[in-house]
Design a protein. Structure first.
Lengths: 252, 615
């Protein structure tokens, strides 16, 4: 069964039809990229998947369960991890504490008033950071971290509730080219290893064509192409949308 | 019927006066985002200055109207001076700090006014040409009231012209919508802010000066008008002139008819309306949500870590002294110490919502007072022993914390703070007006501890144990998952939601927990004093709590404790030593805001970290 199934998703803002009749599916362990020029509706589409926006029409199903219109926190509880285009972490807490918070929430222990956080779920949080190569930063406050490192922290947070689906909105934006490759390779490795379906939007075509198993192309709210990287690269409609003509690689 | 018309007219006159003051407050807020507590002081100064000018100038039209306009202009200049000397330096400080600074100005102005004009009420002359009354529907109606009814719309019209027809006005409106963008476009913001303060203060001064023929000039004008003006501005929508006019109309008429229909609950009514409006329209009648602040996401709030070694030693020493020394002290010193203990818990409870919770409360005294009244009412009407009363105190406060908090924590920033103020004023008005049960202004007397706790020393130890225990408990909560969840929703609402945290529920429970803790402090305070009064829930006490937390520093755990000790100690000593305590306290507040924007504990920590090379 597909991890995520999206059918006939629609969203309008005023008179602007941002997303029109978008349908697709993601399988366990698959890296699916959602690309398109600026304003194509990628973020809108994304925000409807985890409940930040309510779709006007259409359905979102997670492992066969209808999750359309649920609040983000409910979607998360069902096993959907999320990273943001502009990172969102708890700036007054350390890297480790950020991950601990996700774990504590996953274990429904945030109501506890007595035991100090310092001793709760610290070992699994450390293990997660280890996996992402962030163990040596564990004690640093998130407020002073480099942007690339924050992206990794977000990924660690997103993995804390053992998700079935990871939604990553521009996971490598603002990172150096070398970092991008290593973060995506890491993500792909984890996804395959744990059978997590990953859906990501991305502007960097090297990242997209290097790491996606499959690519969806969105233009003006509609899906115009879908398929393996090689097929999408050769698709004349995609070339037209992106460049008018010429090669796609490296372009935005 | 005729009576109703006259009542409506007098409502219009009040609405007009209210609008003058509120319009100044709202334009100042719109542009500078400063909640100016001193606006009421400018209103009072307008009245006093007009009194002096009108009585000194030759009698007649020129003397009177010249005096009124002169007073308004002078107040405008005073507002300008306050902006240039004080507020300009703290625009980047957190909202509550600005509020604190303007409250310092309130205290200074109160003291100076009393020094210049004396404590007794002053009666000004009536307006020449508008002395008598006219007949409306066969009933007499004062001419001056009729004149006031006209002033409001005229001022509104002039202001709208000014804001829509001049370049300056366009800039003001642009800044009200999006201050950062206006700055980015290269507009000289300094001039804009200074001039808007001049205009706003002038309007307050004019409002005060025009009261001269209507009522006596006294030293309580400042705080009574500022609460009403806050209500008007918030109901209308912060920054909205037309909204302020509408709200002034609503509140003015409600006052006029409230007295006819339900004289007992007039005070409650006004704040109930405000609470209702904010629940239904969280940004007021015509207000718009503020443009989201751009730039640095992820707050730079410092972390809460373990206290450094020397601080622990200091705390332990202080605690040791608090336990060992009291047997050698007299009754007066013991009751001061008891009061200090309750102040520490009171401040610590407010800190939970302000610091980790990131919410502002202007009405925390409500829960202190509800605790006190809970205990006192149980003692008075049920003959409950002290321990039962002390158990009921946090229960009463906590239950009301749940009810009020349910509405307050949905809002954010100034609106949330104003809604907490509204609920506190509702609680206060009930205590004040429901005389049969609460004794009204006379309070409830004879709330004394049981015989075993009657000696001051025993009661002190009881208060110390309970307050210290509750404060340490709150501290524990901050380090526990719940406290972290509070900070999580403060740091990033987006991320908190994305990891399954129900921010509303966390804020709500945090609010109720803080209320219950404040209730314990209130209950102990009641038994310590042997009585309760409506002032326990008054605005000044809410401000006291804010002062303690902000003086100490919001972003440290020891802040509220140090702040409570410093503030209560300072006030106690000042009141004892000098008549000028308000002046000195005000000056100290202003100086602290200017020089220790992180609070005392924050400043101490910054020094410590600088010296020890902490990251």
């Amino acid at each position: 069964m597909a991890t995520l199934e999206v059918a006939g998703l629609e969203k309008s803002f005023g008179g602007v039809r941002a997303v029109q009749g978008v349908s697709f599916a993601v399988s366990p362990g698959e890296m699916l990229a959602l690309i398109g020029p600026n304003g194509a509706g990628k973020s809108t589409c994304f925000n409807m998947l985890n409940g930040q926006l309510k779709p006007d029409a259409g359905a979102v199903r997670l492992l066969g369960c209808d999750i359309t219109g649920l609040a983000p926190r409910q979607v998360w509880r069902l096993g959907v991890g999320r990273t943001f285009q502009i990172t969102a972490t708890f700036g007054s807490m350390t890297v480790l504490e950020n991950v601990q918070m996700a774990l504590l929430s996953h274990h429904r222990r945030l109501g506890e008033l007595w035991r100090p956080v310092a001793r709760m779920d610290a070992a699994p949080a450390r293990a997660l950071l280890e996996r992402l190569g962030m163990a040596d930063q564990a004690a640093r406050p998130c407020g002073i971290l480099a942007y690339g490192d924050l992206k990794r922290v977000e990924l660690a947070i997103a993995l804390a509730n053992e998700p079935k689906l990871l939604l990553m909105d521009e996971p490598t934006a603002g990172m150096a080219p070398q970092e991008r490759i290593s973060l995506m390779a890491l993500t792909a490795g984890i996804a395959r290893e744990s059978g997590i379906a990953v859906l990501f939007t991305e502007h960097d075509m090297d990242v997209v064509f290097g790491h996606a198993d499959r690519i969806l192309v969105l233009d003006r709210g509609r899906l115009i192409a879908e398929g393996a990287p090689a097929a999408v690269r050769a698709d004349p409609r995609v070339r037209e949308v992106y460049l008018g003509s010429g090669a796609v690689t490296g372009a935005h | 019927m005729e009576n109703l018309v006259l009542q409506a007219l007098s409502g219009l006159a009040s609405a007009s006066s209210l609008f003058l003051v509120a319009s100044g407050l709202t334009v100042i807020f719109g542009v500078s985002r400063v909640v100016n507590f001193a606006h009421g002081s400018f209103y009072m100064l307008g009245a006093y200055l007009a009194y002096t000018l009108v009585t000194q100038l030759p009698r007649g039209h020129l003397g009177f109207w010249g005096g009124v306009v002169g007073a308004a202009l002078l107040v405008g200049l005073i507002g300008l001076a306050v902006e240039v000397l004080l507020l300009r330096r703290i625009y980047r400080a957190p909202e509550l700090f600005q509020l604190l600074a303007t409250f310092g100005v309130v205290l200074i102005v109160q003291e100076l006014t009393q020094m210049v004009w004396g404590a007794q009420d002053l009666l000004g002359p009536r307006a020449p040409g508008l002395r008598g009354s006219t007949e409306i529907l066969g009933l007499r109606f004062p001419l001056y009231e009729l004149f006031l009814i006209g002033v409001g719309p005229v001022v509104l019209g002039l202001l709208l012209l000014l804001f829509h027809r001049t370049r300056w006005g366009t800039l003001v409106r642009a800044a009200t919508q999006d201050r950062e963008m206006v700055g980015a476009l290269g507009v000289n913001q300094r001039m804009l802010f200074t001039s808007i303060f001049f205009l706003g203060s002038l309007l307050a001064g004019l409002g005060g000066a025009l009261q001269l023929p209507r009522e006596s000039v006294n030293l309580h004008m400042d705080l009574s008008i500022i609460t009403e003006a806050f209500v008007v501005v918030v109901v209308g929508g912060l920054g909205s002139l037309t909204g302020a006019a509408l709200a002034a109309l609503l509140i003015g008429e409600m006052h006029a008819f409230g007295i006819l229909i339900a004289p007992k609950i007039t005070l409650v009514l006004v704040f109930l309306v405000m609470a209702l409006v904010l629940v239904v329209r969280p940004h007021g009648l015509l207000g718009k949500p503020e443009a989201a602040a751009r730039g640095g996401q992820g707050s730079a709030e410092p972390m809460i870590g373990p206290a450094p070694g020397p601080l622990r030693w200091l705390a332990l020493t202080a605690l040791g002294l608090a336990v060992v020394v009291p047997p050698f002290l007299g009754d007066y010193a013991l009751s001061v110490l008891t009061e200090l203990a309750t102040a520490v818990l009171f401040a610590a409870s407010l800190h939970l919502i302000m610091g980790p919770g990131g919410m502002a409360s202007f009405g925390h005294a409500a829960y202190f007072g509800l605790g006190a009244y809970g205990a006192a009412l149980a003692a008075q009407w049920l003959g409950a022993p002290m321990l039962v009363g002390l158990a009921l105190a946090p229960l009463a406060a906590g239950v009301f914390g749940l009810v009020f908090g349910y509405f307050c924590v949905r809002l954010s920033g100034v609106y949330a703070a104003m809604l907490t103020l509204a609920f506190a004023q509702i609680a206060w008005s009930v205590a004040f007006q429901w005389v049969e049960v609460t004794g009204g202004d006379n309070g409830i007397l004879g709330v004394w501890p049981d015989a075993w706790a009657a000696p001051k020393l025993v009661f002190y130890y009881l208060a110390l144990a309970l307050c210290l225990g509750a404060t340490l408990l709150l501290r524990r909560v901050v380090h526990a998952p719940f406290g972290y969840a509070l900070r999580a929703q403060r740091d990033s609402a987006l991320r908190a939601e994305a990891i399954g945290i129900n921010a509303f529920r966390i804020r709500w429970l945090g609010f109720a927990l803080a209320a219950a803790a404040a209730g314990i402090a209130g209950g102990l305070f009641a038994y310590g004093k042997g009585s309760v009064f409506p002032t326990f829930m008054g605005i000044p006490r809410s401000v006291d709590a804010l002062l303690m937390v902000l003086l100490g520093g919001v972003q440290t755990l020891s802040g509220p404790i140090i702040g409570a000790l410093a503030f209560t100690g300072l006030q106690e000593q000042l009141v004892r030593l000098t008549d000028l305590w308000r002046l000195i306290l005000g000056a100290v507040i202003v100086a602290l805001v200017l020089f220790f924007p992180q609070g005392l504990a924050g400043a101490a920590r910054a020094r410590w970290e600088a010296r020890h090379g902490d990251a």
